[in-house]
Write a protein that binds this ligand. Structure first.
Ligand code: B12
Ligand code: SF4
Ligand code: SF4
Length: 313
C-alpha cells in the first residue's frame, strides 16, 4: 500500500510548502457542515449563489468513494508593502502576481498523475478554490493550520499568506492530527476591520467585506457604507491579515517567482484605473487572478476611492 510519507515527500518535491492528510469520513454532518448552513441562512454569502451548492458540505457527493483528502498549501508572501501614498490604490497580495489558480492547478495536476501511476485503481480529483469543497476546513483537519478569528487559515510557518488546495483520492491513508487554534485572546483583526465584516470571531459576513465588494459585487455602484471605508483598496483587502501578529512574525518570502508582483500591480494610480479602457485592462491583467474584476468594476472601485478622498479633503 502507498505510504503517506512517500506522498508527502512527493508534494514537497513538487514545490508545495505544506502538506497534510485528512480522513474524508470527516465530511459526514458535523460542525463545519452545520456552520456552513448557519452562515448561508444568515445570508452572509451575499450574491455568491454558488456557495449554496449542497456538495460543499458533503464531500462524498462531490467525489463518491473518496477516502482521503491530501491538503496542500503554497506560500505567496513576497515582502512588498501596500502603498500609503495619496492618489494610489491598494491591491491585496493574493492578486499581485500570476493567477494562483493556474499556478496551483499545474502542480496539483502533476501530483495527481504521479499518484495515479503508483498503483492500479487509484482515482484522484483535484481542487483549488472554485470546487464546492471547504478548503479551509479540510486544511485545518489535515493539520496545515487553524481557521483563525479573521476566518483565514494561519500556518505556523508562513502565517496566513498561503493558498489552499486538495487532492481527493479513493485510497485510505494515514491521517494527520487536526490543527489546534492559536488566536488566544487576540482581537486585532476584529478591531481593525473598517466595515465590521467580522461579525463575531471566525465569522465573516461577505455583505460587509471590502474583499467581496471589490472582487465580486456586480452592481454599478458600491454601497455607501463600503465606499466610505475603502481606505484605498481597489482589489480585495488585506487589513485583517496585515494586523495579525502571526503574519508579522512568521511571514516568509516565497520561492515561487510566479507570485512576484506584476510591477504595475503594487501601487496602481487611482486616476489611471478610473479611466482604464477595456483594451488596456485586457493587456495589463493577462494571467492575473485580478481578471475576475472586470474593467468596469476596476473603474468603479477606483472612482469610489477618488470620490471619498476628494470628499475628505
Ligand atoms: C466565499 C469565499 C470568500 C468570501 C467569503 C469569505 C469567508 N470567510 O467565507 C469573500 C469574497 C468575502 C472572500 C474573501 C477573501 N478570501 Co476567500 N474564499 C471563499 C471560498 C470560495 C469559500 C469560503 C467558505 O467556505 N466560506 C463559508 C464559511 C462558512 O466558512 P469559513 O469562513 O471557513 O468558516 C468556518 C469557521 O470560521 C466557522 N464559522 C463560519 N461561520 C459560522 C457561523 C456560525 C453561526 C458558527 C457557529 C461558526 C461559523 O465555521 C466554518 C466551518 O467550520 C474559499 C475557497 C473554498 N473553496 O473554500 C476562498 C478562500 C477562503 N479565500 C481566500 C482568500 C485568500 C481570501 C482573501 C484573503 C482575499 C483578499 N485578500 O481579499 C479574503 C479574506 C476575507 C476574510 N477575512 O475571510 C483563501 C484563504 C486562504 C487561507 N490562508 O485561509 C481561500 C481558501 C481560497 C484558496 N483556495 O486559497 N472569500
Ligand atoms: S478582508 Fe477587509 S473588510 Fe473583509 S473582513 Fe478582512 S478587514 Fe474586514
Ligand atoms: S489578528 Fe489575532 S485574532 Fe485575528 S487572526 Fe490574527 S491572531 Fe487571530
Amino acid at each position: 500500500m502507498l505510504d503517506s510519507s512517500q506522498i508527502k515527500e512527493q508534494a514537497i518535491s513538487l514545490g508545495f510548502h505544506k502538506v497534510g492528510i485528512a480522513d474524508a469520513q470527516f465530511s459526514y454532518q458535523d460542525d463545519a457542515t452545520a456552520n456552513l448552513e448557519k452562515w448561508l441562512a444568515l445570508g452572509y454569502h451575499a450574491d455568491l449563489t454558488w456557495m449554496t451548492n449542497s456538495k460543499r458540505g458533503f464531500l462524498q457527493e462531490y467525489m463518491p468513494g473518496v477516502r482521503s483528502v491530501i491538503c496542500l498549501a503554497l506560500n505567496y508572501y513576497t515582502g512588498h508593502q501596500h502603498s500609503t501614498s495619496e492618489g494610489y490604490g491598494k491591491v491585496s497580495r493574493y492578486g499581485w502576481g500570476r493567477d494562483y489558480h493556474k499556478v496551483m492547478s499545474q502542480k496539483l495536476k502533476q501530483f495527481s498523475k504521479w499518484l495515479e501511476a503508483q498503483e492500479d485503481g487509484i482515482q484522484t480529483r483535484f481542487c483549488v478554490d472554485t470546487s464546492p469543497v471547504q478548503d479551509k476546513v479540510w486544511a485545518q483537519r489535515a493539520g496545515i493550520g487553524w481557521i483563525a478569528k479573521n476566518s483565514n487559515v494561519i500556518t505556523k510557518d508562513y502565517g496566513s499568506w498561503v493558498f489552499l488546495g486538495e487532492i481527493l483520492t479513493n485510497i485510505p491513508l494515514t491521517q494527520d492530527d487536526p490543527s489546534t487554534q492559536h488566536c488566544g485572546t487576540c482581537t486585532r483583526c476584529l478591531d481593525a476591520c473598517p466595515t465590521q465584516a467580522i461579525t463575531a470571531p471566525f465569522i465573516v459576513d461577505a455583505q460587509r467585506c471590502i474583499a467581496y465588494h471589490t472582487i465580486e459585487n456586480r452592481e454599478p455602484e458600491l454601497p455607501p457604507e463600503i465606499a466610505e471605508n475603502l481606505e484605498g483598496w481597489i482589489a480585495g483587502c488585506d487589513i485583517c491579515q496585515d494586523v495579525c501578529p502571526w503574519n508579522q512574525r512568521f511571514a516568509q518570502e516565497t520561492n515561487i517567482t510566479d507570485f512576484q508582483p506584476f510591477p504595475e500591480n503594487i501601487s496602481p494610480k487611482l486616476t489611471e484605473l478610473a479611466t482604464i479602457s477595456d483594451q488596456q485592462w485586457e493587456k495589463r491583467f493577462q494571467g492575473s487572478s485580478l481578471r475576475r474584476i472586470k474593467a468596469w468594476m476596476l473603474r468603479r472601485n477606483a472612482r469610489a476611492n477618488l470620490k471619498i478622498r476628494e470628499a475628505n479633503k
